[in-house]
Design a protein around this ligand. Structure first.
Ligand code: SF4
Length: 228
């Protein structure tokens, strides 16, 4: 056409958008599966350039997911680039109504001091039966949970469950009503009720997404710190 050779132009069109992007390997933060990701950024690594995330995909070399990502992981770029994303720690002091910015160093020091104080105040070496346990009874852990229920053979493993000896402070089971895990969750709750375990069951409208989990976590976390 008009004496021009269009082959180089077509070849340029077919080049992947991420052809010149930098690759950084990372881990999806959403759930306990821990899928490997590759984050693509444009902008060279010069000091006066702010890198821009243009694409996130599954890491084919990662043994957990081998290149796949669920819809949450696949939308990670929207999380990273979200203008409402918190980029520094904040604290709301006792009785306060506002969140204040705090430096990472101050946040870590405050957390460390409180963990140490709580541990020192609540550490026991032996339980009521005289067994050496060396544990703190006032520090709770919130762990990964996403796929625990349908893989756990609880009817056998928890067959001897007894609310009197379980010494539970709080048993709180939450799930989105449209989550695929809702059925196994309800089954587990039914099982726990047959054992007369004091379970609090929460069903929140929504799918297997962080919006549901965030809502659950907001309501669950303060319960950990209430007096019995
Ligand atoms: S949220 Fe999805 S992509 Fe992320 S770790 Fe879990 S399963 Fe993997």
């Amino acid at each position: 056409m008009f004496g021009f050779d269009l082959k180089p132009a077509y070849a340029q069109l077919r080049t992947l958008k991420i052809a010149r992007a930098n690759e950084t390997r990372s881990t999806c933060p959403y759930c306990a599966v821990g899928c490997g990701t590759i984050i693509y950024t444009i902008g060279d690594r010069a000091k006066n350039v702010t890198a821009q995330v243009v694409h996130v995909e599954g890491d084919p070399d990662h043994p957990t997911n081998r290149g796949t990502l669920c819809p949450k992981g696949a939308s990670l770029q929207q999380d990273i680039m979200n203008d409402r994303r918190l980029l520094k720690p904040q604290v709301r002091r006792p009785g306060g109504t506002q969140w204040e910015d705090i430096s990472w160093d101050d946040a870590l020091n405050e957390i460390a001091a409180r963990v140490k104080k709580t541990r020192d105040e609540s550490f026991i070496e032996k339980d009521a039966a005289g067994h050496t346990v060396n544990r703190s009874e006032s520090i709770a852990w919130i762990g990964g949970f996403s796929s625990a229920v349908h893989n756990l053979n609880y009817t056998q493993k928890l067959a001897s469950l007894d609310p009197k000896t379980a010494n539970l402070r709080l048993l709180w089971i939450a799930c989105g009503t449209e989550d695929n895990l809702i059925k196994p969750n309800r089954k587990l709750v039914d099982f726990l009720k047959t054992k007369e375990m004091p379970v609090t069951q929460i069903e929140t409208p929504g799918l297997h997404t962080w919006l549901v989990w965030r809502d659950n976590l907001i309501h669950f976390t303060p319960l950990l710190f209430q007096q019995k």
